[in-house]
Design a protein around this ligand. Structure first.
Ligand SMILES: [Zn+2]
Length: 139
């Protein structure tokens, strides 16, 4: 489940980067919540998300709850694009709509599993190494 959520974050990250206009960003695309320019930026929310979920951040070591929260944000983001572009994801087969459909399946699976499973603590899990990373929610 953890791995599938991390994989699912790839598409909205690409979409966000391609749609954002940061040519005039005085922070050089580095989001800082202390900076007034970031707090008032119209793209601040997306920028903050990208900074917390880029490919260099250690997504696999984040607790699954944090991954899921990032995932929900990305669904809202993609949904906004779908309605802006006039698509209906239930009846459309484009890449964005397909992602939105798959994302909802994943949310349902996550919610169905997380109520039953109490996994190991995130720090212990990270210490166990790569081969056990999927153990808690993939079972
Ligand atoms: Zn579509």
């Amino acid at each position: 489940m953890r791995r599938r959520i991390i994989e699912a974050l790839t598409y909205p990250r690409m979409l966000m980067m391609s749609r954002m206009d940061l040519r005039d960003c005085p922070m050089n695309r580095y989001f800082s919540s202390d900076q007034h320019v970031c707090q008032t930026c119209s793209q601040g929310e997306e920028c903050h998300w990208l900074n917390s979920n880029d490919e260099f951040s250690v997504l696999s070591e984040q607790p699954i709850e944090a991954l899921f929260e990032a995932f929900i944000f990305s669904i809202d983001y993609v949904d906004a694009h779908i309605s802006r572009d006039g698509h209906n994801f239930r009846h459309c087969a484009c890449e964005t709509c397909t992602w939105a459909k798959d994302a909802r399946h994943l949310v349902r699976r996550y919610k169905g599993q997380s109520v039953r499973v109490s996994g190991p603590s995130p720090s212990r899990q990270a210490a166990q190494g790569q081969k056990n990373v999927q153990s808690d929610l993939d079972q």
